[in-house]
Design a protein around this ligand. Structure first.
Ligand code: B16
Ligand code: MG
Length: 214
């Protein structure tokens, strides 16, 4: 029986993809990579900061040491965090607030399970904090999706068994992580049909919650 819902953040509750894109694009241009595209940015959906950096560096002939890579990821994060300061509720995706309120009224526990180390800042800036019981994010984990760690930490924080949790995700790596953790999954977003989730809906507004939560 499902007792809690774990929401991925970026691409499910909030849209920060444009800001990630702008920050990576700025870094790429500084490195002389002028062909970093929105298509490349799609490959960064749901994956960790260091793996996202590899998507950018794959477009360069230059080799970088691990130390240089960490500095580049930090530089990109600086640009991203600078833009996050202006984030507000206009970044919330359709149906996010209504869904969280509805689930809470029905007595479900709510967590966020996000790869982002900036999740607490994003949640605060968009006003989601009062609607969420627990946050499990990039700061809590050592292994990124498709490893289930971020969702297992979320379940633990909610005091629930994995099989009592439903994960809502917009990325294939996240759906894989949910499965690996023994959790049911609902895929949403532009690729909802091909994520391999147990249930799928284009947006949070189209979900048949009665079926998904049974
Ligand atoms: P940060 P999610 C993910 O968030 C983003 O989709 C992904 O593009 C980003 O690289 C990752 O967080 C790490 O973010 O650099 O802020 O720590 O979809 O797991 O909520
Ligand atoms: Mg996501």
């Amino acid at each position: 029986m499902i007792k809690g819902v774990i929401f991925d953040l970026d691409g499910v509750l909030v849209s920060t993809d444009e800001l990630h894109y702008k920050a990576w694009k700025r870094l790429a241009e500084e490195l002389g990579i002028d062909n970093f595209t929105r298509e490349d940015n799609e490959k960064q959906r749901g994956v960790s900061r260091m793996e996202s950096l590899e998507v950018v560096l794959n477009k360069s002939d230059k080799e970088y040491s691990q130390e240089e890579k960490v500095a580049l990821a930090d530089r990109k994060n600086g640009y991203y965090v600078e833009m996050l300061q202006k984030l507000d509720s206009s970044a919330l995706l359709a149906g996010a607030v209504e869904t969280l309120k509805m689930l809470r009224e029905k007595g479900y526990k709510i967590a966020v399970g996000s790869a982002s180390k900036n999740a607490p800042l994003i949640i605060e800036k968009t006003g989601l904090l009062p609607l969420i019981d627990e946050i499990s994010c990039g700061l809590d984990i050592t292994k990124s999706k498709p490893d289930p760690e971020v969702f297992l930490v979320a379940a633990k924080k909610l005091n629930l068994e994995p099989k009592e949790c439903l994960v809502v995700e917009d990325a294939a790596a996240g759906v894989e992580a949910a499965k690996a953790g023994g959790m049911k999954s609902l895929g949403v977003g532009p690729y909802y049909k091909s994520l391999g989730a147990d249930y799928a809906s284009e947006t949070l507004l189209d979900v048949n919650w009665e079926t998904v939560l049974k």
